[in-house]
Design a binder for this molecule. Sequence first.
Ligand SMILES: C[S@@+](CC[C@H](N)C(=O)[O-])C[C@H]1O[C@@H](n2cnc3c(N)ncnc32)[C@H](O)[C@@H]1O
Length: 278
Amino acid sequence: MNPVISPSDYDRFKLFLEQACGIILGNGKEYLIASRLTKLLRDEKIASVAELLTAIERGHPRQLRDDVIDAMTTNETSWFRDRSPFEALQKVVFPEMDRDGKRQCRIWSSACSSGQEPYTISIALSEYLKTAAASGLATAQIMATDISKTMLNQAKQAEYEEGILGRGLSPERKQLFFRQVGERWTVSDEVKRRVSFREQNLLLSYGSLGKFDIIFCRNVLIYFSAERKTDILNRMALALNPDGYLFLGASETITGYTDVFEMVRSPHGVFYRLKAKS
Ligand SMILES: C[S@@+](CC[C@H](N)C(=O)[O-])C[C@H]1O[C@@H](n2cnc3c(N)ncnc32)[C@H](O)[C@@H]1O
């Protein structure tokens, strides 16, 4: 069954999705709704997008809203994605923290998808701690959040198929930081121990998350409006300790959205540091 989506149902769905999770559907993306929601509609015995939206408005069944958001998110990710942010952590950020005498750091992977990003950060830290440069920075906690329950469940499981590991992970890292369990590979305890997961919609308050030294907000702002980007970046700034760092995706920037960060151009790519309060 391919749902027929009238122009007014499409507008209604676009509005729902933007308000629920910030994702903006451009014009002519009816096919995306159809391809992502057909199975859900069939499973829930819902005949049309109009009926779906009405059911969500009435709050019945209760998890329907979450399931729709889950289906509409794009969860593309990989290990050491774009490489440079993780090199910057190892070559610039962790050494700077060490020099400043920091013993602990808290890192937020704010759209963690199936876990590759937070586990990569943890691997990068394990590798850094084995280098001669490392001295005081002994512990790190990585809080990984996402809006998608399905992704969070996969991430918590920390088990990946061989083909998924091949996306960005070298054979050496695979041997050092993963263990084979049947057909799949599980993240080592050393890497897993630092990472905790929880559900967080980036549109909602970050007040209960505490303060961080580093925030990764990669490849998610691209889906949001300029107003949402400004709001999220400014609230992330409030969630950072003084001199805290922000990493965005390779095609993302703060320019035009906020001036509370300064750009750091390192040999390992661009990232951002919270400006000191004047
Ligand atoms: C393309 S993935 C990026 C994953 C990872 N950060 C990376 O760069 O590889 C985007 C993730 O953002 C999540 N997402 C989308 N809207 C969100 C929102 N409003 N709040 C939190 N996470 C959201 C999706 O569920 C998805 O897992």
